[in-house]
Write a protein that binds this ligand. Structure first.
Ligand SMILES: [Zn+2]
Length: 473
């Protein structure tokens, strides 16, 4: 079975085949660092992360590059407002990006290049485009001449004639054609600038991704990913620049993630209907936010509201509880042979993993993959308990953990399971001492406090047992 992914370029699902056997060169457009990123942005970053984790699980060696756009109009304007330098402002939000990304369980890219570290390469790239007749200088700016690139529009499936007809007819002596886009911008008073053959200025937005992706991944990428709002013009322009210069395909597979919606509208800074991840982290864990974001397949619409987030958090808790309960039982269970039903579950665990692979192979269907996790939980609860065979309990936990890790959930680093268990044992031990002293008030107090934390105690002849309850809120 091969992984099949939807390619925006060809508008169909395709079997994924990297250029080099089992090696993947993948690029994703990163944030513009003028603010915290919002949950809609996070959906895209989590998509990159799940795709990367899944490719690794399927045996690929993945090199992933995600840039920081650290010079841009928005950064310059925000820096002016806040009385900071553009550099200080973007450095701050790069740090904030790493913090929120970590909370969301997003692994760091192999390279996180910044535009400001690649100005020389960008200038050389633009010089190459001018030398080949694809770009021209005009009053200190440099533009890409869209009409020179015959395949312009192939990603967004737009026709250049329609584009030109639809473009506002600007009275401009600067651009030769309204569709031309800027590669290098002349610096205005007070803006950050770099010296170039065309005077002081800075790069346009699109050129950075061509330069940085190719620098670290080569002339042709296996996968270029981004949010669907980047298809046009950003990615269309990346293709034009790159293929004009190299004469080779820029990216074989274009993966685009759908928007996160709020009441049917795209969550966007420009719409003002956004919630930053940092804001939401006050109410939800990063893992809960992530779980919500992957609860729909990446090309399907996903609607943000408090109810949907709460439901996702409750579902995630059920997975955690199941894993914790199975793990706890495995500690007290006896080592014995599997009985008939247990053998059946063992065989089913294998088929669940196969099913998980099947749905993820089919254009990364995380929604169905999560459903598989719940099938494991349901089947597990149906036959597992403290008396089950230890090896089966351990295997169930293993499979749950392995598959969850591909989705970036039930991550060990977020929880202190081992510490938690020993702490709880200590508390139960102390409560037991109280019971032996007939200090029922203390014993009850401990029981009630634990219950309020979602841990229910049961006093049996063979000692006190505990399990986690569903959270009440
Ligand atoms: Zn980009």
């Amino acid at each position: 079975m091969a992984i099949r992914l939807y390619n925006t370029l060809t508008r169909r699902k395709e079997e994924f085949k990297p250029q080099e056997d089992m090696k993947v060169r993948m690029y994703g457009c990163g944030p513009t660092t003028y603010d915290f990123f919002h949950l809609g942005n996070a959906r895209t970053f989590v998509l990159y992360d799940v795709l990367r984790r899944y490719l690794k699980y399927r045996g690929y060696e993945v090199t992933f590059v995600q840039n920081f756009t650290d010079v841009d109009d928005k950064i310059i304007n925000r820096a002016l407002e806040e009385g900071l330098s553009a550099k200080d402002l973007s450095e701050r939000y790069i740090r904030e990006y790493y913090q929120d990304a970590k909370d969301l369980g997003i692994l760091e890219a192999d390279v996180h290049p910044k535009v400001t570290d690649h100005i020389e390469g960008i200038i050389q790239y633009i010089e190459g485009l001018i030398a080949k007749g694809y770009a021209y200088e005009s009053d200190g700016d440099v533009y890409f001449s869209v009409e020179q690139f015959a395949e312009y529009g192939k990603l967004s499936h737009r026709n250049i004639k329609d584009l030109l007809a639809g473009a506002r007819v600007e009275v401009t002596e600067i651009k030769r054609s309204p569709a031309d886009f800027v590669l290098w911008k002349k610096a205005k008073e007070g803006e950050p600038f770099w010296d170039s053959p065309w005077g002081r200025g800075r790069p346009g937005w699109h050129i950075e991704c061509s330069v940085m992706s190719q620098k670290y991944l080569g002339e042709t990428l296996d996968i270029h990913a981004g949010g669907t709002d980047l298809v046009f013009p950003h990615h269309e322009n990346e293709i034009a620049q790159s293929e004009a210069l190299t004469g080779k395909p820029f990216a074989n597979l274009w993966v685009h993630g759908a928007f996160l919606n709020v009441d049917g509208e795209k969550m966007a800074k420009s719409e003002g209907n956004f919630f930053t991840v940092r804001q939401l982290l006050e109410k939800y864990s990063g893992e809960e936010l992530r779980f919500f974001l992957i609860s729909a397949q990446y090309r399907h619409p996903l609607n943000y509201n408090a109810e949907n987030l709460k439901m996702a958090a409750a579902s995630l808790k059920r997975l955690h509880d199941a894993k914790d309960n199975f793990a706890y039982w495995s500690k007290i269970a006896l080592e014995r042979e599997l009985d008939g039903k247990e053998k059946e579950l063992l065989a089913k665990l294998k088929s669940f993993e196969e099913r998980f692979i099947q749905v993820m192979d089919d254009d990364l269907n995380t929604a169905d993959a999560i459903a598989v996790l719940f099938e494991i939980v349901r089947e597990g609860y149906a036959i597992l308990n403290e008396q089950s065979a230890k090896s089966l309990l351990l295997e169930t936990v293993e499979v749950l953990k392995r598959l969850s890790a591909i989705l970036g959930i039930l991550r060990e680093d977020e929880r202190i399971d081992g510490d938690f268990d020993s702490l709880l044992e200590l508390v139960l031990d102390l409560r037991n001492d109280a019971r032996n002293r007939r200090d029922w008030a203390m014993a009850d107090k401990v029981r009630d406090k634990l219950l309020a934390m979602g841990i229910v105690l049961e006093d049996t002849n063979s000692g006190t047992k505990w399990k986690k309850t569903q959270r009440l809120d």
